[in-house]
Design a protein around this ligand. Sequence first.
Ligand code: HEM
Length: 474
Amino acid sequence: TPNNIPMGPLTVPLLGNIPQLIGRNPLLLFRKWRKQYGDVFSVYMGSQLLIVLNGYTTIKEALVARGNVLSERPHNFLLDKIKDGEGIIFASEASWKKQRKLAVNCLQELGFGRNSFEICVADEAKILIELIEQNADNALNLKDILTTCVANVICGIMFGRRFSHEDKQFLDILANISEDAKNLGNTNILINCFPFLQYFPGDLLGTQIILEHKQVFQKFYEGLYESHQSTLDENNPRDFMDLYLIKMKNNSTLSSKEENANIVANLKALVGDLFGAGTETTSTTLLWAVLYLLHYPDVQEKCYDEIQTVLGMERLPSLDDRSHLPYCEATILETLRIAAVVPLAVPHATTRDVYFRGFRIPKESSILINLDSILHDCDIFNDPGVFRPERFLDSSGQVRKPKEFIPFSCGRRVCIGKKVARMELFIFLTTMIQKFQFLPVDPCHLPDLEGNLGLSFAPKYFQVKIVRRQDVKS
Ligand code: HEM
């Protein structure tokens, strides 16, 4: 290929590979193109070059050994419009380092990801059970209940409070996050290549809606910031917002209005990143877990039996039980693998020309980290399309995690919420399985295992029939 850029599928003038991708599942196309062009191939979105990296060895080398030059985030039209402050997820290298370090410090001080944090998760799991209980015996879409409970775990740490399941503003915020996660993937492609499409009447690509949501988020975070600022006690930080404000004040050399505005914009961006990333991903994984349990009732029964043997019906699961519930833990790992909720990670980029595996990755091209190519690699995971928790157990029945299992990515940009996500998945899922049996609404038509790919990979709308375990007829 010209200039040593990786090979890739044939392109159409002006549009690149957009015609092949629109309306298709890119993950399936990428599997095919990997076979044709190898672990490093090119895709063009209009004139924009995307380098797609596949396979464990290639991705590990790119993100760890070459992480210093391949961990930037790309700029694009829509992101630049959405962004106000820096945040972490889409921040570019210079401010990212500072923001990520600060966020990780604050979260660690608050016990995020440590066992002390478990109480927040366990309390929310009890509420989850009550809410499901109220709807047992009916056909139920679990999405809203799960999302609200997962979001409230993050709200506890970020804002020191939880929100009611009937709070209209909160529910709207969560619905907006979910809609954006779904739309951003598709909208991103076209609007970034052809920004003039934003002027087409009728909000053809849903760009306006994304920008309107941004205003709603800003108002929500603004309200929380103001209530924190006006009641801040520097010697007694209550939550992430307090800690961040105190740290920024102590670090600050200037006290100009401009700097204050900057701090507030960065705080809102950071809180938005943690709230968005922490809510959508974990609740979607739980939803996939329930969907797979419908398709694999034997797995559901094995999890239930294990919980019964170790905990019985009354004592709720805690993190200390994790090592005694290896089958349940393996079921969670298998869900993270097969569902691959963030299958293309978050796009990476380069700030200069980089030579990688004999190819040139030109400055400012986007790099897609195809985690799906690892999690569904048949050389690593036999029969990757089959849901089989046993693959994560060794011969003595203990959990065995291959080094290639990286649903949270790896290297400098590795997910900062992975410990907390694993904790939430364990407590929420085992508590639900202990109390309820999940059944298909129509046993002859199981809900689809195909998902929708946006920023995350989410199941299509489905309902489930829930029966209290004490009512299950043996
Ligand atoms: C099942 C749940 C989750 C999955 C599968 C997941 C997966 C990922 C992946 C694949 C990335 C991209 C890494 C890269 O660009 O190479 C990421 C980034 C990130 N995740 Fe998660 N995540 C989950 C939960 C969470 C939670 C609970 C939080 C926080 C509360 C969180 C916060 C973040 C942040 C802030 C980043 C950006 C890191 C950076 O750019 O430096 N995630 N996550």
